[in-house]
Design a binder for this molecule. Structure first.
Ligand code: AMP
Ligand code: AMP
Length: 334
C-alpha cells in the first residue's frame, strides 16, 4: 500500500479516478456533497467518504487531507465550482499545472494556444454584424453547452439573444461534421503523449432532433441546445491516427512556452471532423474529461498499449506512483 492517498470530489469522473487509484495500490478519499454519496459507496471505490454540505467546505477539511498525505485529482466539476482564484488557493498536493488552467479558462487565450499549435480552428466573429455564415453562439462558463444557440445572420442573432442581453458570449463558425472528443495523456516523466481513446457526447436536445420528421421539427419551433447528458464510445479510422497523435504533440509542445510546467496529465481536444476529414478543434480541456468514463475498463487504444485494463483515472494514479518511486513528485504537482 502506498503512503500517499488519492482524493477527489464525488462527481464527473470520480468513480474512475478512485477505482484507478485503488488498482494502483492507493487508498482513496471521496469528498462528497451530502446526499450524493450513494455511487461511491455502492461501487466500493472509496476507502473513506468525507461528507460536506458544499464544495466550499473543502477549505475547512483541507488540513485534514494534508495530514492524511492525500493528493487531489481535479476534474471539471471541481474546477467549474471553484474557478481559477480558489483553485490557486489550494495548498494540498494537486495533480496538474494550475497555471495552464488560466490559459484554458479564457476563450481568447485558449484559441490562441490552439492556433499557435498550428491546429485548424473554427473562425470566430468579434461582433454579430460580421456573421456571414451559420454560427454557434456560446456563453462563457456555460455548463455543458446549456443555452447555446445557432444563428446565420445578425437579425437571427438579435432575435435569439433577446433575453440574454448581459451574458458574455463567443460567436463561432458552425462546423458541419461529426463531433469527436479525443482523450490524451501526457506523461512528463516519460515525455510522451499517449492516445487514450475517443467519445461522442450525447447532448439534449440536439441528439433527439433526428428522431422526429422534418415537418414535426418545423411545427415544434425547436431551439437547438447542447446540454450534455452522457457519452458514447468511438473508434476512429486508423488512417486518421497519425494526425491525431500530431495534434496532441503540438498542443503539449506549445504549452511549454505558455507556463513553466506546461500541460501534463489527461487532456482532451474537442473537435468536429468534416467530410474532407479535417479536424476543426473548437476547444481544449486541460484535465480529465468525463467522456473517458466510457473506458473504465480501458479503451481499445489503452488495451493495445498496456495489455491490462487502463482507464485514464488509473493512468493518472500510475504516473503518481512512478513519480513517487522515482522521487520526482514535484514535477507532477501544480
Ligand atoms: P457535474 O458534476 O455533472 O455537474 O458536471 C460538472 C461539469 O462537467 C459540467 O460543466 C459538465 O458540462 C461537465 N460534464 C459532466 N459530465 C460530463 C460528461 N459526461 N461529458 C461531458 N462533460 C461533462
Ligand atoms: P462546448 O461547450 O464548446 O464543448 O460545445 C458544446 C457542443 O456544441 C459540442 O459538443 C458540439 O456538439 C457543439 N459545438 C461546439 N462548437 C461547435 C462548432 N464550432 N461547430 C459545430 N458544433 C459545435
Amino acid at each position: 500500500m502506498m503512503k500517499h492517498k488519492i482524493a477527489t470530489f464525488g462527481s464527473h469522473s470520480a468513480l474512475q479516478i478512485l477505482k484507478g487509484a485503488k488498482q494502483e495500490g492507493f487508498e482513496t478519499i471521496c469528498i462528497c456533497k451530502r446526499g450524493k454519496e450513494k455511487p461511491y459507496q455502492s461501487f466500493r471505490v472509496a476507502d473513506e467518504i468525507i461528507l460536506v454540505d458544499s464544495y466550499d467546505d473543502f477549505f475547512e477539511i483541507e488540513q485534514q487531507l494534508i495530514e492524511k498525505n492525500a493528493i487531489l485529482i481535479p476534474h471539471a466539476s471541481m474546477i467549474a465550482h471553484f474557478g481559477i482564484d480558489q483553485i490557486n488557493a489550494i495548498k494540498m498536493p494537486y495533480f496538474g499545472d494550475k497555471k495552464i488552467l488560466t490559459v484554458e479558462a479564457d476563450r481568447n487565450s485558449q484559441e490562441q494556444w490552439l492556433a499557435d499549435s498550428q491546429l485548424t480552428i473554427p473562425q470566430t466573429f468579434d461582433s454579430p454584424e460580421k456573421i456571414d455564415r451559420p454560427c454557434i453562439v456560446k456563453f462563457h462558463g456555460a455548463e455543458g453547452g446549456a443555452g447555446y444557440f445557432l444563428a446565420a445572420s445578425k437579425t437571427e442573432f438579435d432575435a435569439k439573444m433577446n433575453n440574454k442581453k448581459n451574458a458574455a458570449y463567443q460567436i463561432q463558425e458552425y462546423i458541419l461534421g461529426v463531433p469527436t472528443y479525443i482523450h490524451y495523456f501526457y506523461s512528463p516523466l516519460e515525455d510522451e503523449v499517449e492516445l487514450f481513446g475517443f467519445d461522442r457526447r450525447y447532448e439534449s436536445n440536439v441528439d433527439g432532433i433526428g428522431r422526429i420528421a422534418l415537418k414535426d421539427q418545423e411545427q415544434f419551433h425547436i431551439n437547438t441546445s447542447y446540454t450534455v447528458a452522457g457519452n458514447t464510445p468511438l473508434v476512429m479510422r486508423e488512417s486518421l491516427l497519425p494526425t491525431i497523435f500530431d495534434m496532441g504533440d503540438a498542443v503539449v509542445r506549445h504549452s511549454k512556452t505558455l507556463t513553466k510546467q506546461g500541460l501534463y496529465g489527461a487532456f482532451c481536444l474537442e473537435t468536429v471532423v468534416t467530410s474532407d476529414l479535417k479536424f476543426y478543434v473548437f476547444e481544449i480541456s486541460a484535465r480529465i474529461v468525463a467522456g473517458t468514463n466510457v473506458s473504465v475498463e480501458g479503451s481499445p487504444y489503452s488495451w493495445l498499449r498496456y495489455d491490462e485494463p487502463m482507464s485514464t483515472g488509473r493512468r493518472i494514479a500510475r504516473e503518481i506512483k512512478h513519480a513517487i518511486t522515482q522521487n520526482r513528485l514535484a514535477e507532477i504537482l501544480g
